[in-house]
Design a protein around this ligand. Structure first.
Ligand code: SAM
Ligand code: SF4
Length: 337
């Protein structure tokens, strides 16, 4: 594939990481992410698998090296393995360095082997609690044993699993050590995420849910020796190693700290809108140039470049005034976490 000039934003940050939401649908209804009765988009709005392929391939031609597939729940999209298989050609050519996904794990037992065969080597699985009753409560429709089976299948297939947990005050505070130990026993890293003010939730109190990771980290430090790691992924995550277990613990702290200065990513929704920042409303419609020119990627590439030239410096999320300032109206499942 012919390489074009790379994508550089107005703050001289190269954009090399694309997160793609392949569906807004999900088989769970996590309380911090969705309302119970979400309305989903009509099918004609959603990019087809072929359109997703064209879109991602254009970004790869523009220097994207890492592709993360997310949603909604990516593994509930029909025939999604076709898309993963198609993307593996970019891994084989060396244009793409990593193809990965974030999943709730419910379908991993079905797809782990195929994902590995398509070149996926790491997956992030979201898991906020190891208690069956609490799991059913927070996901509304999810069942813990199915997810645990998925995680086992992923590891058996050779995939490296990282667990993502949303830190929720009064919900999983008491599982800080159990989750850490459970992950350590299975050789899995664990990343904690601060709850972000995205989308209206029925009656959910965002500020009340917010468990700052500075506090979580201090608690972890009472039991373990934490060594800061220099590793950066260009996102808002910072990592430490627990010397006692050897595992890596990540902290995604968009609220208590923001690390926008090194941001290297943009997000594509399942309708082909490009969000240049997770925490801002500005977006670019890439579906229009894609559909208007089925044989010519030129207008699409132009639209991508124009969008990147508007990438903002950072987000405005802020809870410090005891209200969720900087809130954005869309749900996380729309842009993809
Ligand atoms: N369904 C997949 C999953 O749950 O992993 C992928 C999409 S989900 C939107 C991606 C990540 O966003 C998950 O780890 C989820 O816990 C997180 N998430 C959803 N809503 C959030 C919010 N309001 N604040 C912080 N993280 C959130
Ligand atoms: Fe679905 Fe993931 Fe949102 Fe939970 S966090 S409702 S699993 S998209």
């Amino acid at each position: 594939m012919e390489q074009a000039a790379p994508l550089i934003d107005p703050f001289a940050r190269p954009v090399t990481y694309l997160r793609v939401s392949v569906t807004d649908r999900c088989d769970f209804r996590c309380t911090y992410c969705m309302t119970e009765h979400m309305e989903f988009l009509p099918k004609k709005e959603i990019l087809t698998l072929e359109e997703l392929d064209r879109m991602c391939s254009a970004f790869i031609r523009l220097g994207v090296r890492k592709l993360r597939i997310t949603g909604g729940e990516p593994l509930v999209r029909r025939n999604i393995m076709m898309f993963f298989r198609a993307m593996s050609r970019h891994l084989e050519s060396g244009a793409l360095q990593e193809l990965t996904l974030t999943t709730n794990g419910s379908q991993l037992h079905r797809f782990a082997d195929e994902l590995f065969a398509a070149g996926v080597r790491r997956v992030n699985v979201s898991l906020d609690t190891l208690n069956e009753e609490k799991f059913a409560r927070v996901t509304r429709w999810g069942r813990l044993p199915q997810v645990l089976r998925g995680i086992e299948a992923a590891q058996a297939a050779g995939l490296r699993v990282k667990i993502n947990a949303v830190a929720l005050r009064g919900f999983n505070e008491d599982e800080l050590f159990t989750l850490t130990e459970w992950c350590a026993e299975r050789d899995m890293d664990l990343t904690w995420i601060e709850v972000m003010p995205m989308g209206e939730m029925d009656g959910t109190d965002r500020v009340g849910q917010y468990w700052p990771l500075t506090e979580l980290r201090a608690q972890l430090g009472q039991r373990y020796t934490l060594t800061d790691l220099a590793e950066r992924t260009g996102g808002p995550a910072r990592y430490v190693r627990l010397e006692e277990t050897g595992q890596k613990i990540g902290f995604i702290t968009p609220l208590s700290h923001n690390f926008c200065e090194s941001c290297n990513r943009v997000r594509l929704t399942c309708t082909g809108e490009l969000y240049m920042c997770l925490g801002q409303e500005d977006r670019a419609d890439l579906r229009a140039p894609l559909r208007a020119h089925p044989e010519d990627d030129g207008p699409l590439i132009e639209a991508i470049r124009a969008a990147i030239s508007r990438k903002p410096k950072g987000h405005d999320f802020d809870y410090s005034r005891q209200r969720p300032d900087g809130q954005v109206s869309r749900h996380m499942s729309h842009t993809g976490g």
